[in-house]
Design a protein around this ligand. Structure first.
Ligand SMILES: Nc1nc2c(c(=O)[nH]1)N[C@H]1C(S)=C(S)[C@@H](COP(=O)(O)OP(=O)(O)OC[C@H]3O[C@@H](n4cnc5c(N)ncnc54)[C@H](O)[C@@H]3O)O[C@H]1N2
Ligand code: MOO
Length: 415
């Protein structure tokens, strides 16, 4: 079977996966990391009213001359406005955030005034019209689109909604994901290792990344290399999960039956991608009577680096689509930059490489990247000192020092 280019795999997968068909209404304080399921239009102007940007004096430019001392007739505080009229030769003491008193059209900052013994104030210079006034609606106009459907609710967006007084939002439901690892050799952390056994790192990594993506996780644990148990896990996932993610057993060895079970209990979307690491990655769906509630399948390769790279490059955008993220956010889940390579890179033609690297701005002010550690798909430790993927095109061969390459800085999922 020929290998599918990653770009085609992504295109096919994102086309097949649906956007959410359910909506939940929740309060703002429960909405962190959820995906907005509606457009939000501002119910108010922000700022809500004209207010002062400085501590100083509010004046009416029409009713005094610059050399004339001004009589201070009152005070305006944030939350405690001055409500009287202002007359000829008068001004109002005003604090930052206080509403601009009626009839005034500039605020002179305190440092540009002098206070006379009789309590009157002299200005150091002629103020400009609307100086130091933050105008109503200057940030957001009432009725304006503030956040589009598909936006993530986070530290940059939730306080914005709070500033508009929005207490409830419609969001997409969290995705229900079942996970498991397969392999007779696998042992959960916390247990001693017997001969030939290794610790299950993949389920641990997958769980952490799913938590960051705010999924609802059901952990089926470790399954032995037994196709019957694997099939049973499929049947269970079909009932309870929207997504099943497995690791291991997707290659062609005698204990690798993921593909066969997927063929029997569902449909393969694609299997085997022209990427390194991650070649045997499998995507498909489990059989279901209910066409509105399908369970999607992602089979990660067993090698830990391959599992992590395929989750990042394929499962991450897939879950974003299922969660209702906008197409633009999905396309830019991990934007590319260009950097010079500081040391030569080994690369075989035929697969798109995702090497682990460290990028920095060099003393010449350019982006520069170097590979980290051994690039084998069993060398997990190299992730620790890496901060990006070095993305090398499928048809590219070895890369010489000083050549330009694409890099993908790790996003929040890994660091
Ligand atoms: N004849 C071929 N052999 C292999 C090919 C191939 O094309 N032809 N592809 C290789 C590639 S590339 C990869 S990647 C692996 C993937 O194989 P599987 O997905 O079937 O994974 P396993 O064979 O079950 O395990 C591979 C490796 O990873 C270790 N492993 C498995 N699960 C975990 C886990 N949860 N935590 C930590 N480590 C795990 C396992 O012990 C093996 O060492 O196949 C190549 N072979
Ligand atoms: O493609 Mo495999 O995932 O390199 O070891």
């Amino acid at each position: 079977m020929s290998l599918l280019p990653l770009s085609q795999a992504l295109e096919q997968m994102l086309q097949e996966l649906p956007t959410p068909n359910k909506i939940e209404q929740i309060s703002l304080d429960q909405a962190a990391n959820r995906i907005l399921a509606e457009d939000i239009f501002s119910p108010i102007n922000v700022p809500h009213f004209d207010n002062s940007a400085m501590d100083g004096y509010a004046v009416n430019l029409q009713n005094f001359s610059i050399n004339q001392p001004l009589t201070v007739i009152g005070k305006a505080f944030a939350g405690n406005p001055f409500t009287d009229e202002i007359g000829e030769g008068q001004c109002v003491r005003i604090m930052t955030g206080a509403a601009i008193p009626k009839g005034t059209d500039a605020v002179v900052m305190q440092e540009e005034t002098s206070l006379n013994n009789d309590g009157s104030v002299c200005l150091a210079r002629q103020p400009k019209h609307l100086e130091n006034i933050r105008q109503q609606g200057e940030d957001i106009q009432q009725g304006q689109l503030v956040l589009a459907k598909g936006s993530k609710l986070d530290v940059t967006t939730l306080p914005l909604l709070a500033s508009l007084g929005i207490a409830q939002v419609n969001v997409s439901p969290r995705i229900k994901v079942a996970i498991l690892s397969t392999g007779d050799e696998l042992v959960s952390v916390g247990n001693p290792l017997k001969s030939g056994q290794i610790y299950d790192t993949n389920r641990f990594a997958v769980c952490l990344m799913l938590e960051k993506l705010n999924c609802e996780i059901t952990d089926y644990g470790i399954l032995p290399d037994d196709p019957i148990q694997f099939e049973n896990a499929f049947l269970k996932a079909q009932q309870h999960a929207e997504v099943l993610i497995t690791s291991g057993g997707v290659s062609v060895g005698e204990a690798d039956f993921t593909k066969d079970v997927l063929e029997k209990r569902g449909q393969i979307g694609f299997w085997k991608i022209a990427m390194k690491p991650g070649k045997p990655f499998a995507f498909g769906q489990l059989n279901s009577e209910d066409t509105d509630n399908k369970t999607w399948f992602f089979g990660l390769p067993g090698n830990p680096v391959s599992a992590l790279v395929t989750f990042y490059q394929l499962v991450q955008p897939a879950l974003m689509k299922l969660a209702g993220c906008s197409a633009e956010k999905i396309a830019n889940f991990s934007p590319n930059l260009t950097a010079y390579v500081a040391t030569p890179l080994k690369k075989a033609v035929g697969r798109q490489d995702f090497q682990r690297g460290f990028y920095r701005v060099n003393p010449q002010g350019e982006l520069e990247v170097k590979p980290i550690g051994n690039q084998g798909s069993h060398i997990f430790s190299a992730f620790n000192e890496s901060n990006c993927f070095i993305v090398l095109e499928q048809e590219r061969g070895n890369v010489a020092q000083g050549e330009k390459v694409t890099i993908q800085p790790f996003n929040f999922l890994l660091k």
